[in-house]
Design a binder for this molecule. Structure first.
Ligand SMILES: [Zn+2]
Length: 183
């Protein structure tokens, strides 16, 4: 996710009507409800950190924006920021604060237009991308135990019993993965 706390989506990805004109919204508009700090959902490198004021260049609409490229060659765009807190070439880790949500560029109200593009510059649904990231997040034993307890409603004694088993670590990870797959 691109916020630490709660957020809402003010405009989803896809066709939308703005002032009577239907156009394709290539990103998702997020509004942070608890914090306006934008965090990176992935590891990557900052490719752009800029504001373009020349209105003949359409990128001016993004206001203050940051582009992060990931190791698997996705391009992430964070737009309309009030502040940019990273510089071009900087390496970014998951959870690093990269900027502050704002209302710069072609924007009406504070939000972050978040866009994900492939290396061929084609936009893809950002929510699907973020959900996949969360699924791939490294599963630790502690996280796995939590998933199993929450979903299989096993009590503490049963979990303790499971943990004594010789191969318990790999078994617990496999169980949690199976639960995640079926969600
Ligand atoms: Zn938008």
């Amino acid at each position: 996710m691109i916020y630490k706390g709660k957020y809402k989506i003010s405009s989803p990805y896809g066709d939308r009507k703005l002032n009577g004109i239907v156009s394709f919204h290539k990103g998702v508009d997020f509004v942070g409800l608890e914090s306006k700090e934008i965090i990176s959902p992935v590891k990557g490198i900052v490719k752009s950190s800029a504001i373009i004021t020349d209105k003949s260049n359409l990128t001016w609409e993004w206001g203050n924006y940051i582009r992060i490229d990931t190791e698997d060659e996705y391009r992430l765009f964070f737009c309309h920021l009030s502040e940019r807190l990273v510089r071009v070439g900087q390496k970014i880790n998951v959870g690093d604060i990269i900027g502050i949500e704002g209302n710069t560029g072609y924007s009406f109200g504070s939000h972050c237009h978040f866009e994900v593009r492939t290396k061929d510059n084609v936009s893809i649904p950002p929510i699907d991308y973020l959900e996949k990231l969360q699924q791939n997040e490294e599963l630790t034993i502690e996280k796995a135990i939590k998933i199993i307890q929450e979903n299989a409603t096993l009590d503490d004694n049963t979990m303790k019993y499971l943990s004594f088993y010789k191969y318990s670590d790999s078994l617990i990870l496999k169980l949690a993965q199976a639960i995640n797959k079926n969600k």
